[in-house]
Design a protein around this ligand. Structure first.
Ligand code: AMP
Length: 195
């Protein structure tokens, strides 16, 4: 079972993907987490990605497509994966389709987690405050200006994937403004409905 969680930054995709990983044995593949790991490790990819990430822009397609393709080949992804933050534009979606065909796999479901964007600003303020309290540091892209940029990128580049997946009959939309438990329950129902 391969699944995409699609939604604006801050919609809760990462939280839900981590839950699905724990509860269903699917592997969470977050390009954002992988890129942050590359930044932390100080690799060349990480160095180049950091500037773009801090501004809320997209890292080049070839970089994220390569990272995902390599990761899907790992044995733990045999049961399936949850793509969290990938694809983010049409070129990445086309690359994903082609890569899955080549690997003899398929995409089963795309779940759009829909949220009220004004609430996203509230969430990002809370997340920054919680992170500052827990770790003494805040993700460099956790601020309102970056969120505004990231939402702009989402609307311009990622939201056009919704009709793309709708046309494939794979898109389902859920209300991401409910509690984490309720959103998880809805996602679970959608997964159970896939044969
Ligand atoms: P995320 O944790 O998914 O919100 O991603 C954080 C940042 O990493 C994004 O704002 C982008 O700069 C970069 N990023 C993550 N995934 C992708 C992707 N699929 N394509 C391009 N850039 C990405």
């Amino acid at each position: 079972m391969n699944l995409i969680l699609l939604g604006a930054p801050g919609a809760g995709k990462g939280t839900q993907a981590a839950r699905l990983q724990d509860e269903r044995g699917l592997v969470q593949l977050s390009t954002g987490d992988m890129l942050r790991a590359a930044v932390a490790a100080g690799t060349e990819t990480g160095r180049q990605a950091k500037v773009l990430m801090d501004q809320g822009g997209l890292v080049p397609d070839a970089v994220v497509v390569g990272i995902i393709s390599d990761r899907i080949d790992q044995p733990d992804c045999k049961r399936g994966c949850i793509l969290d933050g990938f694809p983010r534009n049409e070129a990445q979606a086309l690359a994903l389709d082609a890569m899955l065909v080549k690997k003899g796999q398929k995409l089963d479901l795309v779940i759009e987690v829909k949220v009220d964007e004004q609430i996203l600003f509230d969430r990002i303020r809370n997340r920054a405050a919680e992170s500052a309290q827990a770790t003494g540091s805040v993700r460099a892209d956790d601020n309102e200006e970056t969120l505004r940029n990231r939402l702009g990128v989402y609307h311009a580049q990622t939201a056009p994937l919704l009709p793309y997946y709708r046309a494939q009959g794979k898109l389902r939309t859920i209300d991401g403004m409910q509690t984490v438990d309720d959103v998880a329950r809805l996602i679970g129902l959608l997964l159970d409905a896939v044969k």
